[in-house]
Write a protein that binds this ligand. Structure first.
Ligand code: SAM
Length: 210
């Protein structure tokens, strides 16, 4: 037996697993099992009360996070209207609507206008924009908040383990820039982990503690 990431058996509601598989079959992007498992582990360890998610898709990671954290509230942002509407239906089906604040629109614009305090951020929207979002995310993160950024190794292109296809150089450069910023920011403690397609975990430790 090989003890590898493929051993991950997601411990989530079977109805979520079924909807994740069905969404994937329609080409809807959802976090892979290894990443979702690690995300739920981190949520269980940190027990956040306020979660912010960038990139709702059809709301299945949102539902999984809320079921893992029964006393948490979640704010989530999605650009595509059909996905946003399907997410709202999923929130209703899983009985979490009253704990969700779902936004439809561009995350950059919404974050810039948003106020709030979060103790956990799941950054899973457009990868090229991660660095741009950082200013507003830090503005709304509490001391000790965890920033969980997904897909930061992108098929091994970012680390250089795999050659980057010609058309993907721009996004790879932007993710590298995000990693440069979060690993050199004195207010963040960051580790980049080879989980799923790469996760950057950052803890926010501002100089003048809030
Ligand atoms: C990887 S998927 C999210 C998957 C979801 N978190 C899950 O695990 O089930 C990324 C989502 O971000 C959305 N997105 C892309 N650009 C966006 C933007 N500028 N603002 C908000 N959402 C955006 C996409 O439509 C897509 O549904």
């Amino acid at each position: 037996m090989k003890y590898t990431a493929s051993l991950v058996k997601l411990n989530i509601d079977e109805r979520i697993s079924a909807r994740r598989a069905e969404a994937l079959s329609r080409g809807i992007p959802v976090a892979d099992d290894e990443t979702l498992n690690f995300l739920l582990l981190m949520l269980d360890a940190t027990k956040p009360k306020r979660i912010l998610e960038i990139g709702t898709a059809v709301g299945l990671s949102s539902v999984a996070m809320l079921l893992q954290c029964p006393s948490a509230r979640l704010t989530t942002i999605e650009l595509e209207e059909d996905r946003y509407l399907e997410a709202k239906q999923n929130f209703s089906d899983f009985g979490v609507t009253d704990r969700v604040n779902a936004h439809l629109g561009d995350a950059g614009e919404i974050l810039a206008m948003m106020d709030g305090e979060f103790d956990f951020v799941f950054l899973d929207g457009p990868k090229a924009q991660y660095e741009k979002y950082l200013f507003d995310l830090k503005r709304m993160m509490k001391t000790g908040a965890l920033l969980f950024a997904d897909d930061v190794l992108l098929y091994g292109w970012v680390s250089g383990e795999e050659p980057t296809p010609q058309k993907r150089h721009s996004i790879v450069d932007k993710i590298r820039s995000y990693l440069d910023v979060v690993t050199s920011d004195k207010e963040l403690i960051t580790s980049v982990l080879n989980v799923g397609d790469g996760v950057a975990l950052s803890v926010y430790k501002p100089q003048n503690n809030r």
